[in-house]
Ligand binder design. Structure first.
Ligand code: PEP
Length: 249
């Protein structure tokens, strides 16, 4: 009932020509996968090359972040309308690397999410615990704090337009994937938070993606869990064959 959403986050990798080469190889491999949403988030400067490369396909292109203002004296930032103008339809918000290295907070996640929706972008909002949280048994508390301080500030109408990505920080880029059961438990906990705030129908409709060392050989088992509706992939999304294998799980 929830359409799978398979998203790739390229972080600060690939040139414009590498972007074009990726899509030349990737497009034919996922042509038949039209029962799922496919998104790639390149660096800002390569969004136009990516948009040109996917024209006529069902692959969507996203930003990896946006500022909450439409324009202004914010050196180095990019706004929602700017992303939309160059052809992006999606945007990742609150990635743990933004939280860890660039001071992103739950409050700024909320501001960016609202700005994305106002610009007509579809946000993928990230949450997830650090290793010490998991080891001290605080995973669900951390998820609740992130949810309450960010996503819960949306209206029901706004909430209906977002996807959530559960990305345990200890699993990102480390090769350590959460077991399907760990991921499923966290997804269930997030869905319960959604139900508590926005109601059972919203909880049933929301797509919750798993992210953290997803590879071709673990995508299928993760996707077989009831509450895992898609994946957010870093490293393995850089290679067209490996991301296509994940998309086609
Ligand atoms: C990510 O960047 O969101 C991510 C999950 O990275 P990786 O797949 O490399 O762990």
């Amino acid at each position: 009932m929830r359409t799978p959403l398979m998203a790739g986050n390229w972080k600060m990798y690939k040139s414009a020509s590498e972007t074009v080469e990726f899509f030349e190889q990737f497009r034919p491999l996922v042509e038949a996968a039209n029962d799922r949403d496919i998104v790639i988030a390149p660096t800002f400067v390569n969004i136009p090359a990516a948009v040109d490369s996917v024209r006529g396909s069902h692959i969507g292109i996203g930003g990896q972040n946006l500022h909450w203002a439409k324009e202004g004296a914010f050196t180095g930032e990019i706004s929602g309308p700017m992303l939309k103008t160059v052809g992006a339809d999606w945007v990742i918000i609150g990635h743990s690397e933004r939280r860890q290295y660039f001071g992103e907070t739950d409050a700024t996640v909320l501001k960016r999410t609202i700005a994305a929706l106002e610009a007509g972008l579809k946000p993928i909002v990230c949450v997830g615990e650090k290793l010490e949280d998991r080891e001290s048994g605080a995973t669900n508390d951390v998820l609740k704090t992130q949810f309450d301080g960010g996503i819960a500030g949306l209206s029901a109408e706004q909430f209906a337009q977002i996807a959530i990505a559960y990305e345990p920080v200890w699993a990102i880029g480390t090769g350590k994937t959460a077991t399907p059961q760990m991921a499923e438990d966290a997804h269930k906990a997030i869905r319960a938070l959604v139900a508590g705030k926005f109601g059972a129908d919203a909880a049933a409709a929301t797509r919750i993606l798993y992210g953290g060392s997803v590879k071709p050989d673990n995508a299928k088992i993760l996707m077989s869990e009831e509450d895992i509706d898609g994946v957010l992939v870093g490293g393995a999304a850089l290679d067209p064959k490996s991301f296509a294998a994940i998309v086609n799980f």
